[in-house]
Write a protein that binds this ligand. Sequence first.
Ligand SMILES: Nc1nc2c(ncn2[C@@H]2O[C@H](COP(=O)(O)OP(=O)(O)OP(=O)(O)O)[C@@H](O)[C@H]2O)c(=O)[nH]1
Ligand SMILES: [Mg+2]
Length: 552
Amino acid sequence: MRQLERLFRRRLPADRLLGNDFARQICQVSRDIRRQVGVLADRRGDVQHVMVGDARGIELPDWGRLRAGRGRLRGLRCIHTHLTDEGLSRDDLTDLAVLRLDAIVSVGVREDGLPGLAHTATLAPANDDGRTTEIHAPIHPAELDLDFGVFIRDLENELSATTGAQQVGGAERAMLISVTAGRDRETLDIHVEELTELARAAGVQVVDVITQNRPRLDPKTSVGSGKLSDLVIRCFQQDIDLVIFDQDLTPTQARNLAERMELRVVDRTQLILDIFAQRATTRDGKLQVELAQLRYRMPRLAQRADLSLSRLAGGIGGRGPGETKLENDRRRVRDRITRLERDLKQLAKQREGRRRRRGRRGVPVLSIVGYTNAGKSTLLRALTQADVFIEDKMFATLDPVSRRLRFPREREVIITDTVGFIRDLPGDLVAAFHATLEELVDADLLLHVVDASAPDFERRVQAVHDVLGRIGLGEKPELLVFNQIDKLPDGAAPALERRHDCVAISSVKKQGLSNLLSRAERMLWDGATASRGASPFGDESVEPRRSAGGGS
Ligand SMILES: Nc1nc2c(ncn2[C@@H]2O[C@H](COP(=O)(O)OP(=O)(O)OP(=O)(O)O)[C@@H](O)[C@H]2O)c(=O)[nH]1
Ligand SMILES: [Mg+2]
């Protein structure tokens, strides 16, 4: 104990990584007690911590949430002994990365208690070969003549040069991670591309994309633990502080990852929720998003009430459901959920009233549905000249918009545009958006808009059908509308029309719209009239019916 305590009073030479006297001293203690011994020393050379491990390992103190500055090292170096002269271990390198140490050094202890070789690693600035650490050649402490003061100043300059240059417009810098259990390459690419689009829609700058194929996802951290320390360093090198997982993370995985990476970690569901939170403008929309966010957070709160919420639950750029509501208190969250549910029920009742009045007037309803970014709002605008928000971003539309549309022969319908769908739409979101989606219940015909230029359009059609099925609308009559045909090569559109029994249009170029209207008209009036021999538009008078060859 006395010898260990004496280590605190030691001062390392400030301009040297490690003096030989010091190496002798920790090696001596280490051999006496047959355990690893280590210190953390600051830039002045003062020993800040003394650590004692066992024969094979040593644990560094837990800094909690204290973080080094952006692109900065922590100003501490770790010097510790290894009872056998095997060099730095994987754990050593992980500590170097996660704790952003100036350097980590292991000194082998010889049988006679004298120091053997010193193995040193430092973090590498971003480089083309994807190297994350610099492993220096092993050298005896007595021969170590590196000027550490100069070395660390240069390293920090290099680090801040690479990170500083990458700073663009203040957008958050993110790494995307897709861990797949036996998915094929093509599916993986599509998933990554979609996640990139989602990130872009959330206003995040994607700096790095990592994919990993594992036979099985790691239940604790999703990615394997070896990969994890690599990821931490890559994030550090590229000044990334947000990690987005394509796979939904369990509360346990999210917590483990946030703790081990010392970074903010979100999954796809959270990302989508965040986009929704940014886009919600109406009272309905805002309440629904908040409800979905809280439901998502609830099990994560329940797990660990004491963990700082900012990292686990915070949205992109800290846009959660408001600071005051981010109470780290399950009961309050539950109360809030109950209130939101009540308010939303109230609003749903009002909407129901509006719908019934509309229904009595006998105006049929055409609802535009489809995958997000397919061009639904563009179609609404092309048909009605409505001034709606259109953007080449996912989930541009959140709140439903309805317009009157005059058909030829003086017939009138109401046409509505609403939130787009996506594959694996999170359950909480479907539940929370029930109020909005139930507008679709009244639809007499669904115009299912498909981006015909998407390579995976068939999967998207399937994803939309899945969501429709989940909200109980799988049997609604549907007209498939293949949009964006202006992007296709000549002759492709007629082929699509034949193969999928759809109408092919371009909302932007306003091609095929009259064809679309006459098909819709036939399905609304003639088709239903033929089957029922009566006016189709009394309340509840339309028999659910899928269009022939709905393409599903
Ligand atoms: N080339 C081409 N682009 C189109 C067409 N229709 C829509 N777009 C573009 O596709 C992008 C998405 O259009 P939106 O109308 O916002 O799509 P949306 O389906 O409403 O999307 P969300 O509301 O985000 O789900 C925009 O950049 C449109 O300009 C089309 O027929 N041709
Ligand atoms: Mg839209």
